[in-house]
Design a protein around this ligand. Structure first.
Ligand SMILES: *Cc1c(COP(=O)(O)O)cnc(C)c1O
Length: 458
């Protein structure tokens, strides 16, 4: 038996281009050794992100043709709203162009300067949108989620005792909402257990604080609950997802993840008065409440995607292909974060390229080498992304971890393409001692990882 069986056949193909190492040396050199500066056409296997990169189904492409582009009261909106209501139980559904727009609308409606927003771990746009209101974003990950090498089934959990302490110390009045991110993006999509969600929900109810889900990967999280948590093995994933939403008062969503769409998002709530305020803000910046910055056809594609994403043969394949990549690397001794998450595998570049000093940017060096060796694009999550220059000494302060994330787009790559990725990484692993570091020669004052230019040290 093969380890993975893709639960689809391929009707439309998109050619990808093989290049030679010589070509890639030139292309990456021209890009200042920064993979963000490559043209996607020069990448063979693109694992930069799982966001907006899904392959749509025949039903989704068919639904595009049914899109109703009416400015107000579009048929496609009502279909979209009904699918989201059926999935989440939330009465008020407000479409947005992507997840961060949903976040901005929610936080700028409920947060005031001096407020605190706890989350198991904020995604970067979530944190930025909380902080843009003058509130403080507080990460409360459970301690068992913080040890990279330790496999725990629910490393995405929130630290419930820390949440109670925060509420006791600061007072519920300063906490307009608590958010739980499912799956927790940290570590490549580590799941949150139903028991943890229930405990968080109980604390929130007791203090009268609304609980929101950052629901971007709700279906992958529900699948992990079904396969790992006692008592859920026989419950359909769609019902598990509903049980998760039933513990919350609202959610934000990026349809670019578990919406299986290339764009879109929404914010949803039970609270009618809040929804009205959010709609007023939406009209100002996104669009009328029955399209929210999307085309009618996008709403159709998302509605169909949300119906398809809870299919269990799809989720079994999805999680198996990420695990397959992680397990085949770990078996050969390649250091990765354990266990692999729902959407990505993280290589531990510091351990991979040990004893390269952090100041030689091992995450950048491994990212560059994966492209040079096999045309694979991952992303550095280390000193280039999170390091900073000490204002006193002018010295670079390295990030706590040096990781390379390989995010797997949904329904895009086959088992043999994932095997190719494994082969390339193992080949790089075999000659790791010969790989050199990099230095930054040009950088922007903020978010430098997107545009920085590098130079090999040797
Ligand atoms: C992607 C993402 C967002 C933001 O969504 P966009 O569609 O990229 O704006 C928010 N939270 C999490 C956990 C995400 O993964």
């Amino acid at each position: 038996m093969p380890e993975i069986i893709e639960p689809f056949r391929i009707k439309v193909v998109e050619p990808i281009r093989m290049t030679t190492r010589d070509e890639r040396e030139r292309l990456l050199g021209d890009a200042g050794y920064n993979v963000f500066q490559l043209r996607a056409d020069d990448v063979l296997i693109d694992l930069l992100t799982d966001s907006g990169t899904s392959a749509m189904s025949a039903d989704q492409w068919g639904a595009l043709m049914r899109g109703d582009e009416a400015y107000a009261g579009s048929r496609s909106f009502f279909r979209f709203r009904d699918v989201v209501r059926d999935l989440t139980g939330f009465e008020h559904v407000i479409p947005t162009h992507q997840g961060r727009a949903a976040e901005r609308i929610l936080f700028s409606t409920v947060c005031s300067p001096g407020d605190l927003v706890p989350n198991n771990t904020h995604f970067d746009t979530t944190r930025a949108n909380v902080e843009a209101t003058g509130a403080q974003a507080v990460d409360l990950p459970a301690p068992h989620g913080l040890v990279p090498s330790e496999p725990h089934p629910f490393k995405g959990d929130m630290d419930v005792a820390a949440l109670e302490r925060l509420i006791d110390e600061k007072g519920a009045a300063r906490i307009p909402l608590v958010m739980v991110t499912v799956t927790n993006n940290t570590g490549g999509g580590q799941p949150v257990s139903m028991a943890n969600l229930r405990a968080v929900s109980e604390v929130c109810r007791r203090h009268g604080i609304p609980l929101y889900l950052d629901a971007c990967r709700f279906a992958e999280n529900a699948w992990f609950i079904k396969s790992r948590e006692d008592g859920w093995a026989d419950t359909p994933v769609k019902e598990i997802a509903r049980a998760m939403f039933d513990l919350a008062d609202g959610c934000t969503m990026s349809a670019k993840k578990d919406g299986l769409a290339n764009i879109g998002g929404f914010v949803a709530t039970h609270d009618a008065a809040l929804a009205r305020q959010e709609e007023n803000l939406l009209i100002l910046t996104e669009g009328f409440p029955t399209y929210g910055g999307l085309a009618g056809r996008d709403l159709e594609a998302i509605a169909t995607g949300l119906e398809e994403v809870v299919h269990e043969d799809y989720l079994a394949y999805r999680v198996a292909s990420v695990r397959y990549l992680g397990e085949h690397l770990a078996r050969e001794g390649v250091p990765i974060m354990q266990p692999p998450g729902g959407h990505a595998v993280y290589l531990d570049a510091a351990a991979f390229l040990d004893p390269m000093p952090r100041t030689d940017l091992p995450g950048q060096a491994l990212t560059a080498e994966l492209y040079l060796a096999g045309g694979i694009r991952g992303v550095e999550i280390g000193t280039v992304m999170f390091g900073r220059t000490d204002p006193e000494s002018g010295q670079e302060v390295p990030s706590r971890m040096e990781l390379v994330r390989l995010a797997i787009p949904r329904r895009v790559y086959t088992e043999s393409q994932i095997k190719y990725v494994i082969d390339v990484i193992l080949e790089v692993w075999d000659r790791r001692s010969a790989i050199g570091g990099y230095r930054i020669v040009e950088q922007a004052p903020v978010l430098r990882h997107f545009t920085a230019r590098f130079e090999p040290l040797t």
